[in-house]
Design a binder for this molecule. Structure first.
Ligand code: FES
Length: 107
């Protein structure tokens, strides 16, 4: 089982904010959506482009890829509009003693 990766302290990731952490070669984009934490691979499923360059809409719980405009639900990674159809990989998040952790659990 892969190790958990420390993202940041909860005090560094407020609602509406994001952080990128790396698990080996995998960039992981972590969201605070209304006090809940979610993690997706920081890589659009349409082409290999980092989602973290796009805007996180903290009302709609979406992240928009700036390259061609696909949006993804940050809670489960599903694609909401073309040209992306495949979901983005979703990763687990753990919060312990005021620290946010994630990991690429695809093995
Ligand atoms: S690379 Fe993200 S929508 Fe095309």
């Amino acid at each position: 089982m892969p190790d958990w990766i420390r993202v940041c302290a909860t005090s560094e990731l407020f609602p509406g904010e994001t952080k990128v952490a790396w698990d080996g070669d995998t960039p992981i984009l972590v969201f605070n959506y209304d006090g809940d934490y979610y993690a997706l691979e920081d890589r659009c499923s349409h082409e290999d482009f980092e989602l973290s360059s796009g805007p996180f809409d903290a009302e709609e719980a979406t992240i928009e890829c700036v390259l061609h405009g696909s949006k993804f639900d940050v809670r489960d990674g599903r694609a909401l509009n073309a040209p992306a159809y495949a979901p983005v990989a979703k990763f687990p998040v753990r919060v312990e003693d005021g620290v946010v952790w994630t990991r690429d659990d695809r093995g």
